[in-house]
Design a protein around this ligand. Structure first.
Ligand code: 7TS
Length: 412
């Protein structure tokens, strides 16, 4: 296979201070990007600059610093909104994908879902897109059905279609699986779910960081994602919501800034998006996320996707040649994000990850917060390598070398 890198990885790596360090005396090969990515200096500097020069509470003062903090905070919102082709009113800051999904569960679910309603999820969801709906179902008496998967680890389209025939009220699915890497056709699924009368909730935690995103083209009602999986700080994320739905939705949390007026007899809600941003927000986190968006835009999301596809194709090719390795999910890089989950013989994934760590190779092992999927595939856990813009073909070679070593250690 051609090892042609569409990105200047050697140049990109220089922007990431942490990639300069060693682990156990070895070059750090960071392949745990689906858990969290590393931060470029531009993101670190943007948060330091905000705290050093502009820090105050946005929206709450007329003094210079408060105005500057407001400008920085709202400027970050504009950057994120254009990144996903949304309006700023539809771009709500949250603490991350998990909080975004909980916002929909409370804000929309509490007032719309009734006993006997159907919530449709898929067997490849992260717990963050399962448990909120289970709690909603418990509270309301709704029922949940999970769309099954094909042998290849793709969505069972016939099953999806049958469930759409039952007029669900919510269809929530991941755009890209954090375990199988499977990319779902979010536009097609959203359109079908809408025709069935459902609202559509797309978990974009593993897609927005890795490919061009256009919420209008996707046609979903909600899209949730996290800053820390796209070079940004932890503790900041986004919920995109379609304006008409957000307008009629109840607030999630309540307190300062989300109100228009409060009287002893009641309160009225602020305009969008503030209605859903109660209390002092993580403005430094938002500024950092804005810088992350700038950084990704400077590369171009199409190039990000192409680079990850090339790495994934190479990793899949190497792994399929490697005796004793089982890879989970689609084997064609076009169908998946930069995520390769695998097991080798009966080596426990935790032992595998520890052994790889000794070689400087950071991967994740475990159930990846997708226990229903582990049960479906009948494995307790998996090892997972996941890629981003600063990974190279050399990183995958290092992974394969470490896997060879593991095979020898375990005498397979
Ligand atoms: N949805 C998906 C598809 C995810 O992969 C994750 C995190 C979340 C939601 C939750 O994101 P958070 O930022 O709110 O925590 N996934 C992983 C993972 O695969 N390994 O560590 C975290």
């Amino acid at each position: 296979m051609l090892r042609s890198e569409s990105l200047r990885v050697d140049e990109i790596r220089k922007d990431f201070p942490i990639l300069q360090r060693e682990v156990h005396g070895k070059r750090l090969v960071y392949l745990d990007n689906a858990a969290t990515t590393q931060r470029p200096k531009a993101v670190i500097d943007a948060t330091v600059e905000y705290y050093s020069q502009h820090n105050a509470n946005p929206h709450r003062g007329v003094h210079q610093l408060s105005l500057e903090a407001t400008e920085a905070f709202e400027g970050a919102r504009s950057k994120v909104a254009s990144f996903i082709n949304a309006s700023t009113e539809e771009t709500i800051f949250t603490r991350g994908a998990t909080e975004s999904l909980n916002l929909v569960r409370y804000g929309w679910g509490n007032s719309h879902v009734k006993t006997g309603d159907l919530i449709v999820l898929t067997m490849m969801e992260h717990h963050s897109n399962i448990v909120p709906w289970q709690l909603l179902a418990k509270q309301t008496g709704a029922r949940i059905e999970f769309v099954g998967l094909t042998k290849e680890g793709k969505l069972d389209e016939d099953h999806f279609e049958r469930l759409m025939g039952q007029s669900p009220s919510i269809v929530a699915f991941t755009h890209c699986s954090n375990v199988l890497g499977t990319i779902n056709d979010a536009a097609r699924l959203s359109a079908r779910a809408k025709r069935a009368g459902a609202i559509t909730v797309v978990d974009g935690a593993q897609s927005v960081p890795h490919m061009p995103t256009d919420v209008r083209a996707m046609g979903c009602d909600f899209l949730a994602f996290s800053g820390h999986k796209m070079l940004g700080p932890t503790g900041i994320g986004i919920l995109y919501g379609r304006r008409a739905i957000l307008e009629e939705m109840e607030p999630f949390q309540s307190g300062g800034d989300m109100i228009k007026q409060v009287h002893t007899t009641g309160a009225t809600w602020n305009d969008l998006p503030y209605k859903f941003e109660a209390g002092t927000q993580d403005s430094a986190g938002a500024v950092g996320l804005g810088a992350a968006v700038d950084y990704l835009n400077s590369i171009g999301m199409k190039r990000v996707r192409d680079h990850e596809m090339a790495l994934t194709a190479y990793a899949l090719e190497q792994m399929s040649k490697f005796p004793g390795i089982t890879v989970y999910g689609p084997m064609n890089a076009k169908d998946k994000g930069g995520v390769v989950s695998f097991n080798m013989g009966d080596i426990h994934p935790h032992d595998m990850a520890s052994l790889l760590d000794e070689e400087g190779v950071a991967i994740r092992s475990g159930h990846h917060c997708a226990q229903p999927l582990m049960e479906l595939l009948d494995v307790p856990a998996m090892s997972r390598a996941s890629f981003y813009i600063y990974n190279s073909f050399d990183d995958i070679d290092a992974l394969m070398q470490a896997l060879s070593k593991a095979r020898n250690v375990f005498c397979l």
